[in-house]
Design a protein around this ligand. Structure first.
Ligand code: CAA
Length: 258
């Protein structure tokens, strides 16, 4: 499938997906969401890919769902748009690690897309927000749920009710993003983090992702049991033997995802 609203490059085991609707600040229309989910599924199933990075432009990661496309929709229309129902889960179901590299606006669905990724690396220019309230609606792709889990009730209520934006420094303090870097360094930092992940055992990386995500869906006791069992299971892998032997022999591990 040839993509029109995104670009995909695969290099050194990292799939870089760049949102590409510059005239609309990468607003997420149905075509872009369809192409993005297809590209993510392809990358997840491609043996050459071990980590995925999603990014936008300097000015906008994505300025939200496409308001022009949505403006004429009725309840029945929007209820019919399957992508609005499946989008967040669709990204979370990708089993390989996914990093969001955010510069500029990450608003509405753009903020929600970034939060559905495994972690966010932001440039100093990044601005996060759930301004749907200004349009007479509310967040529809996870902004009331994932944002609350990420930054707590006070800031989430503030952003969802006032529609104000959070800058990169506040987002880092609040725990929404893992790192903030100068704008020019964003892609270098994101690709270097992706490369680091790509060097690990993919079996272990997937387990780590599943265990962290489990913490959002379970009690502490259940989450700890899940983690312990996943930890035990990794002792059935060749990568565990290799990783520990390499440490003892003071050499780089050669993981084979087995
Ligand atoms: N949908 C469609 N088009 C958008 C868009 C969006 N979400 N955001 C920006 N654009 C378009 C603008 O209409 C404009 O196009 P034209 O030149 O054809 O008029 C172009 O992108 C550039 O935008 P601006 O001229 O507005 O740029 P700016 O620098 O003055 O402002 C901005 C930037 C503050 C991000 C502003 O564009 C803005 O407020 N955008 C909307 C943000 C928003 O409300 N997002 C939430 C959408 S709803 C949602 O996401 C629902 C959900 O959860 C499912």
């Amino acid at each position: 499938m040839a993509f029109e609203t995104i670009n995909v490059d695969i290099e050194d085991h990292v799939a870089l997906i760049k949102l590409n609707r510059p005239d609309a600040l990468n607003a997420l229309n149905q075509q872009l969401l369809t192409e993005l989910l297809k590209a993510l599924g392809d990358a997840d199933g491609n043996d050459k890919v071990r980590c995925i990075v999603i990014t936008g432009s300097d000015k906008a990661f994505a300025a939200g769902a496409d308001i022009k496309e949505m403006s004429e929709m009725s309840f029945a229309d929007v209820n019919d748009v399957n992508l609005f129902a499946t989008f967040g889960d669709g990204i979370q179901d990708i089993r390989k690690p996914v990093i969001a590299a955010v510069s500029g606006y990450a608003l509405g669905g753009g903020c929600e897309l970034a939060m559905a990724c495994d972690f966010i690396i932001a440039s100093e220019t990044a601005k996060f927000g759930q301004p749907e309230i200004n349009l007479g609606v509310i967040a529809g792709l996870g902004g009331s749920q994932r944002l609350t889990r990420a930054v707590g009730k006070a800031k989430s209520m503030d952003m969802n009710l006032t529609g104000r934006f959070m800058d990169a420094a506040e987002a880092e303090r609040a725990g929404l993003v893992s790192r903030v870097v100068p704008s020019k360094k964003l892609m270098e930092e994101a690709m270097s983090a992706a490369q680091k992940i790509a060097e690990k055992s993919l079996i272990a990386a997937r387990s780590a992702k599943e265990a962290v995500n489990r913490s959002f869906e379970s009690t502490l006791a259940e989450g700890l049991l899940y983690e312990r069992r996943a930890f035990h299971a990794l002792f059935a892998t060749e990568d565990q033997s290799e990783g520990m032997a390499a440490f003892i022999e003071k050499r780089e591990a050669q993981f084979r995802d087995k």
